[in-house]
Design a protein around this ligand. Sequence first.
Ligand SMILES: NC(=O)c1ccc[n+]([C@@H]2O[C@H](COP(=O)([O-])OP(=O)(O)OC[C@H]3O[C@@H](n4cnc5c(N)ncnc54)[C@H](OP(=O)(O)O)[C@@H]3O)[C@@H](O)[C@H]2O)c1
Length: 280
Amino acid sequence: MEYITLANGVKMPLLGYGVYQVDPAECERCVTDAIAVGYRSIDTAQAYHNEEGVGNAVRKSGLPREDFFLTTKVWISNGGYEKAKASIDESLAKLQTDYIDLLLIHQPFNDYYGTWRAMEEAYKAGKLRAIGVSNFYPDRLIDLCQFSEIKPMVNQVETHALFQQAAAHEVMAKYGVVHESWGPFAEGRKDFFTNPTLQAIGAKYGKSVAQTALRFLIQSDVVVIPKSTHKERMVENLDVFDFQLSQEDMVAIRALDDGQSAFFSHYDPATVEFLTSLGR
Ligand SMILES: NC(=O)c1ccc[n+]([C@@H]2O[C@H](COP(=O)([O-])OP(=O)(O)OC[C@H]3O[C@@H](n4cnc5c(N)ncnc54)[C@H](OP(=O)(O)O)[C@@H]3O)[C@@H](O)[C@H]2O)c1
């Protein structure tokens, strides 16, 4: 595994396993498979309702806790100091651990300054090794960086070969925030897995579209957390450290960016209404 160093010196694996839309009943099996094939970084969230499954798999693996890098996220409904503080303890209990490696604010809504203060406090108390945000576009990220005591160390945003977030990446780099991708395959939208450019470039290295897409992000200093419920795909997605895309191929993949989210924009009032309604 290769690592990226966060602003506080903590080393984060460049590749992990995401469990969004993994059924809570299946999560323990999936994470157990992921651990068996070599994943040690796992990305979950309160809103995925599968933190227990992650905690069970990690505990039952018998491996030392320090071998793992566990990420979870505070949901909108737990926004604000008091609720966020209680929810951190709840996540620790569900994950069956004394500390979380990385806690993120899931969405830039509700009282996220209060949430951030609870996270700063838990970080200082040793319950969290690193803290960050998710879905914070440059405007909100800069605001939080300017007015918080501890700056976010990571920002997890939709990022893939067809929506690369290059401008947002520059802002993150300026503030020392590590860029983490969610949806590294756009969940298969935009005909991702049959993209002719990704297919042709991958073929040169004997790699699949999925592997080529992950490698492109890693070489762009973006952390990836691909999700699959299939063990053979977990193996495939982890097998991206034995090749290097040439400069020419990186440039060709950069040209695939159409600047359009495959999902939604956090600037769109209808999206904001929908997401905030989920957190009320
Ligand atoms: N912070 C946020 O708001 C946010 C939002 C979304 C996601 N995330 C995080 O990011 C992680 C990854 O994103 P995601 O799950 O949305 O989508 P993704 O990783 O882009 O795509 C997952 C989809 O691709 C398929 N797939 C995986 N590997 C494949 C391969 N090698 N070949 C062909 N198909 C493959 C999976 O199918 P199978 O499972 O059937 O194999 C699944 O349908 C999530 O699990 C979650 O941890 C965070």
